[in-house]
Design a binder for this molecule. Sequence first.
Ligand code: 8Z2
Length: 302
Amino acid sequence: MALTAVLRLPARALLRPWALLRGVALGRTEAAAGIRNGARRFGSQHVLVEPAAAAGVAVMKLRNPPVNSLSLELLTELVISLEKLENDKVFRGVILTSDCPSVFSSGLDLRELCGRNPARYAEFWKAVQEMWLRFYLSNLVLVAAINGACPAGGCLLSLTCDYRVLADNPKYLMGLNETLLGIVAPFWFKDSIMNTIGHRATEQALQLGSLLPPAEALQVGMVDQVVPEDQLLSTALSVMAKWLAVPDHARQLTKSMIRQATADRLLKQRDADIQNFVSFISKDAIQKSLQTYLEKLKQKKG
Ligand SMILES: CCCCCCCCC/C=C/C(=O)SCCNC(=O)CCNC(=O)[C@H](O)C(C)(C)COP(=O)(O)OP(=O)(O)OC[C@H]1O[C@@H](n2cnc3c(N)ncnc32)[C@H](O)[C@@H]1OP(=O)(O)O
């Protein structure tokens, strides 16, 4: 099965990601999808996964130019790639980074939020939920090496990781800016940031839709470290070594003890959350807000 065909499958196919992966693996040559110089390496259209220099560590790169917007396809491939690594006994940690210059991820693909029908909105939102649940609860160590701007859904993705290192560049703004688009960050976005930066800082960051430069993101605890851009990957690898020095079973149970309750809040009401999203995003006023925001983004260039 060609990857393009895989990507046209509905989100419910995520329930059987191995069936999809078999298709991906069979559809691509070993050189493209698996083994290069003896090292395991696989990729899909929008996610590149390669072994890092350190044993047991993979680097997962988002590759959806120009700005790594989280489309249904990218979300689906992220989940499949993570699941594949989790099922491969070789890997214990993943460094998540971007293959696009200056942008880690621009967040949810705004084209998925505008002018679609309710069934497509529902399918998309289910994929957003799935990405968050799988990454947030992953038994692997996830370190985000944030090498670009990181707004909204991009920030959410980084918040699923166990540790965040941000490259020191004043253009690399980070935060949940939903209110500035006239939309509302769902409760599990809010939970993710509140568990990271605390209650009071969340009140401000979320209501103001703050996009913080590196020094402020560090100060508030949105990232754990800010480093010169040329040291980003080496720092992420050092951090990973520290986390991998801990026995997996003890670390995994501890992670789950801390995170499961937050994930359960969504797991208990996934369908209601989808319905909420669909009815919210379908409102004329919300559609207008989003269209205006998208147009402003496009005009910025001219
Ligand atoms: C009750 C609760 C219920 C639930 C309520 C609903 C909850 C929804 C939660 C939503 C979460 C989100 O993530 S919403 C997404 C929020 N994201 C953002 O606000 C980021 C917007 N983007 C940016 O700020 C910038 O693009 C940035 C990422 C910094 C990169 O700047 P650059 O100058 O490098 O690039 P640009 O020139 O701006 O962008 C290049 C092209 O990419 C497009 N582009 C940029 N971001 C895009 C995006 N997210 N989706 C699609 N397309 C995007 C631009 O329009 C350009 O298109 P062309 O002109 O055609 O080339």
